[in-house]
Design a binder for this molecule. Structure first.
Ligand code: NAP
Length: 247
């Protein structure tokens, strides 16, 4: 497990957007960022789940969060422009962006892989992070210390039979991250890295490995040290790199 001890005010005065913030790893990251002082913008497709995270932040008297319901599968360029305008009006700039929302798709050989499913997985896992990053980059460049985290996977580094579009989308995510890191190098304070959470106790993991004892995997809370490290100032100077939460 990646070891890091975050100070309680690590993310004070930072505005951080988390996608897929309503459940699983995204929920844990949103709560962890708020607990460490950040104002978190909760983005996801199920409003009730986002509201529950919002309420938990309120109950703990952490900085008040903002809600932004959005279905990344159907989102248009206009929707991303609207998102950027809303953040600009409310906050003026953005200090962090965690691309966490993800779709597993189906576990099948490529020879039998359904075209619609392929397109949906690519849309949510790859096209959405590209479109969102492009729209939010001007706001991130206004920050003195901005961090973008792209969520990867073990199958984004080594292909595996039956992982189809999911694996390919995560490989492409690594390419997106490296390309952006190289482009921002020397011209802005924006750094970006990829983060492979490793097998973690969430609904997606249970779907991918139905026979596995969920208790054998760490919880989303267990893997938060790397999420905090990459989002906070201690990771300044690291960009274009692939990080693994469980190694
Ligand atoms: P999860 O429990 O299935 O959560 C996925 C999140 O993405 C949910 O909040 C979901 O929203 C959101 N989402 C899915 N489709 C969306 C859409 N069209 N628009 C907006 N939001 C959408 O998965 P997880 O395990 O926490 O995974 C989080 C990230 O880690 C993913 O990128 C995944 O690929 C990666 N990862 C996970 C593991 C693991 O073992 N868990 C391992 C490697 C990588 P709803 O709740 O509203 O559906």
């Amino acid at each position: 497990m990646f070891e890091y001890h975050a100070s309680s005010n690590l993310l004070a005065n930072r505005n951080i957007l988390v996608t897929g913030a309503g459940s699983g790893i995204g929920r844990a990251a949103a709560l962890s960022y708020a607990k460490h002082g950040a104002t978190v913008i909760l983005l996801g497709r199920t409003t009730t789940k986002l509201e529950a995270v919002y309420d938990t932040i309120e109950e703990n008297q952490w900085p008040q969060a903002a809600l932004f319901p959005m279905d990344l599968e159907g989102a248009t360029e206009q929707d991303y422009t609207h998102l950027a305008e809303a953040i600009s009006e409310e906050f003026g700039h953005l200090d962090g962006l965690l691309h966490n929302a993800g779709l597993l798709g189906e576990l099948k050989p490529l020879s039998q892989y359904d075209t619609d499913t392929w397109n949906k997985v690519m849309q949510v896992n790859l096209n959405a992070p590209f479109l969102m990053t492009r729209a939010l980059l001007p706001l991130l460049r206004k920050s003195t210390d901005a961090s973008i985290i792209f969520t990867s996977s073990g199958v984004g580094h080594q292909g595996r039979a039956h992982w189809g579009a999911y694996s390919v989308s995560k490989f492409a995510t690594e390419g997106l991250m490296q390309t952006l890191a190289d482009e921002e190098d020397g011209i802005s304070s924006v750094r970006c890295n990829s983060l492979n959470p490793g097998g973690t106790r969430t609904p997606m993991r249970a779907k991918a490995f139905p026979g596995e004892d969920p208790l054998s995997r760490p919880t989303p809370e267990d893997i938060m040290p790397l999420y905090l490290y990459l989002m906070g100032p201690d990771s300044q100077g690291s960009s274009g790199q692939a990080f693994h939460a469980q190694q």
